[in-house]
Design a protein around this ligand. Structure first.
Ligand code: C2E
Ligand code: CA
Ligand code: CA
Length: 655
């Protein structure tokens, strides 16, 4: 059986074989093709016998037009073997057992021969053999040319047999009905009526079967569609259908995707049972139905997850709409029967009109799940809009976390150096080691983007020690090359500072490189002192005893107080760039006074001072007046690679 669309491509189903789809009509036998063409023009037809290109057997095809709204939309076609008629033609009912019927074609050749035939010689046409007289042949030929009914007779083995040739009305076929005289004595109208009636029954049967076949096919297709596009438990559309519609919808304008899920759904299933949970989902579906506007749709993906497509893109419009929806969902009578406070989470992502539909659809579905994740967690219903900036940061953080260990092994972390100028001598007084991550792809990532993350995940401990090692290596390299080393400052995170074997590890490092420890300055943040000044001082003392110098970084940027300064036994104080910035503001005079005071107190405590963020000559002038010992900043140099640093500052040149 086959169904052909008007574009002449069709699906074919053959007994015992897999169905074929999208078969061009031109691949069928010409007879089948013309039957389909006739049906497209609105005429039901049955073809001549032909050899099927599919089953390789002699078959005939019948085709009927399929209408929708008064128009032919396709053709239902079937082929069958001629033998299906045999049973009817050879039954004992023909002429009450007093005759038999052959089916012949317009050229008088036999299509089907009745087994009851009296002629045993098996002629190819009814004219073969000496059976028909010349006048009979003429008479028959004439009648058949005009598709008329004709009575005549033939003689076989000395006996005359009357026969009737009755046009079938299809393909110029004829029924060749022979009276053997064993039953009815002669032809009668009732005989013709019997034949006609039988044939009508036959045709009706064929038509009925075709119609049934068509209905079955339709039902089957509907079933497939339901399976493919609908979620059986709620009756909502499923995710596959949603995705399809989303692409279409985005092709015609902008919109937003909302992911909606229920707080604690597995818990609800557990407490109220599967049955009621299902009912709840069906109910949500009904409420969603009511909230959809023109060109909007939704689906249930799995579990308690629904996706909605809304035509609006402005958060100011979407938020109140979703609020109304959530209200409806939370306070609905059916739902409140559960005696359980439901809460819903919504993630929202919008796509303005004019974005590439197919790629956007995928992208939106990914983004909306991020937004949904963000919305989850609270006790009350929450709506979260996808934020591209935030997402980029999260993505970067994820990629950093998954690559950091390998990056350390691959030496992607590079030590850059920024010089410190001794303001008393005007010479190079040291340098700060600042990390740069130069990724395999050639990108440089700055510490602001990963240090805070490493402080949270603990990786800073490893990285900072690695940087201390790099500093030792650098100093060793200068010493080996006969260059007078300068002190290098390395930043130390809080986590590292309180590692159990911290002091020992550092000591082993400097020993391993055979570097005098006083060349290494450890920069710590004041925040360390907030928790336990005594413990911190104890660590500082241990480190100083091993020969390391300790510097307090970013002084004046946060919680700085003269109080901590008085308590901590540090060697160096780094005044934050914030001070320089403030001094150029209106508060100038007072800030300058305070800073001058701090620098003096430091001097009295034998603490040297470094001003950070010196960018201009005026800045330098200012910190000189205040009495700072060192200056560090872009005025002298940006942080540079060790090679550049060597070339610029160590091999003979000066600041
Ligand atoms: P920090 O220790 O205060 O380092 C000084 C920062 O100020 C550096 O930024 C430096 O490039 C920048 N800077 C230097 N001169 C100037 C200037 O004249 N003007 C301005 N506006 N900025 C200047 P960077 O290298 O991006 O480092 C940022 C922060 O990351 C550092 O601040 C430090 O807290 C942290 N960090 C850097 N390397 C490491 C490390 O190896 N370990 C740890 N734990 N933290 C590090
Ligand atoms: Ca620092
Ligand atoms: Ca600093």
């Amino acid at each position: 059986m086959a169904f052909y669309n008007t574009d002449l491509r069709g699906s074919i189903c053959t007994q015992d074989k897999d169905p074929l789809t999208n078969v061009p009509l031109s691949e069928l036998a010409p007879e089948a093709q013309s039957a389909v063409h006739l049906a497209i023009e609105g005429t039901s037809s049955v073809s001549r016998l032909f050899k099927s290109t599919i089953s390789q057997q002699q078959v005939f095809a019948y085709s009927i037009p399929v209408y929708a709204e008064g128009r032919v939309i396709g053709v239902l076609s079937a082929t069958d073997y001629m033998e299906i008629f045999s049973d009817i033609l050879s039954g004992n009912t023909v002429l009450g057992g007093g005759g038999y019927i052959h089916l012949i074609s317009s050229d008088a050749s036999f299509l089907l021969r009745s087994p009851h035939t009296v002629v045993q010689t098996n002629p190819a046409t009814i004219y073969d053999g000496p059976y028909l007289s010349n006048s009979s042949v003429q008479e028959v030929q004439q009648a058949m040319a005009g598709q008329e009914r004709v009575f005549s007779s033939f003689t076989y083995e000395g006996r005359s047999y009357p026969f009737l040739l009755e046009p079938v009305g299809l393909n110029d076929w004829y029924l060749f009905c022979v009276n053997t005289g064993d039953g009815l004595a002669s032809y009668s109208t009732s005989f013709t009526l019997t034949i006609g009636g039988m044939f009508t029954v036959l045709l009706l049967l064929v038509l009925f079967l075709m119609f049934r076949g068509y209905r079955l096919l339709q039902e089957y297709n509907r079933g497939l569609r339901r399976l493919a596009y609908f979620d059986s438990s709620t009756g909502a559309e499923n995710a596959a259908r949603f995705q399809q519609r989303l692409v279409e919808a985005l092709g015609t304008g902008g919109g937003s995707v909302v992911a909606l899920s229920l707080r604690q759904f597995p818990f609800i299933v557990e407490i109220f049972g599967k049955e009621r949970a299902q009912r709840l989902l069906r109910h949500i579906k009904e409420i969603l139905d009511r909230h959809m506007q023109k060109e909007e749709f939704f689906c249930r993906d799995s579990g308690d997850l629904f996706y909605l497509f809304l035509r609006d893109t402005e958060p100011e419009v979407i938020r109140p709409r979703l609020h109304a929806l959530l209200q409806d969902l939370e306070h609905n009578a059916e739902i409140s029967k559960l005696d359980y406070q439901l809460a819903f989470y919504c993630g929202v992502v919008s796509a303005p009109a004019g974005t590439q539909a197919a790629s956007t659809a995928d992208h939106l579905l990914t983004s909306v799940s991020f937004a949904l994740d963000r919305a989850k967690g609270g006790y009350a219903s929450t709506i979260w809009f996808f934020d591209t900036e935030l997402h980029k940061k999260e993505e970067l953080a994820n990629s950093i976390e998954s690559h950091m260990h390998q990056a350390l092994l691959d030496q992607e972390f590079k030590m850059f150096l920024q010089p410190k100028k001794d303001l008393h001598t005007g010479k190079l007084g040291g340098a700060e080691a600042l990390v740069r991550w130069s990724t395999a792809s050639g990108r440089t990532i700055y510490p602001g983007q990963f240090i805070p993350l490493f402080e949270r995940n603990g990786f800073c401990v490893k990285l900072d020690l690695y940087m201390v090692e790099q500093a030792c290596r650098q100093i060793r390299s200068w010493m080996d090359r006969g260059i007078q080393p300068i002190p290098l400052s390395v930043n130390q995170s809080k986590l590292l500072f309180f590692e159990p074997n911290y002091v020992q590890t550092l000591t082993e490092l400097v020993h391993a490189y055979n570097v005098p420890p006083h060349y290494i300055t450890l920069e710590i943040l004041e925040g360390l002192a907030l928790e336990n000044v005594e413990a911190l001082n104890e660590k500082i003392t241990q480190l100083q005893a091993e020969g390391f110098r300790i510097s307090l970084d970013d002084f004046g940027s946060g919680f700085s107080s003269l109080n901590t300064l008085g308590k901590l036994k540090i060697d160096e104080l780094k005044v934050d760039r914030a001070f320089l910035l403030e001094m150029s503001s209106q508060e100038q005079a007072r800030v300058r006074l305070i800073l001058k005071e701090i620098v003096q107190i430091a001097r009295q405590l034998s603490i040297s001072t470094v001003a950070e963020g010196v960018e201009t000559e005026e800045d330098e002038q200012l910190i000189r007046e205040i009495g700072c010992d060192f200056g560090q900043g872009y005025l002298y140099s940006h942080p540079v690679s060790t090679e550049d640093f060597d070339r610029t500052f160590m091999e003979g040149a000066s600041l």
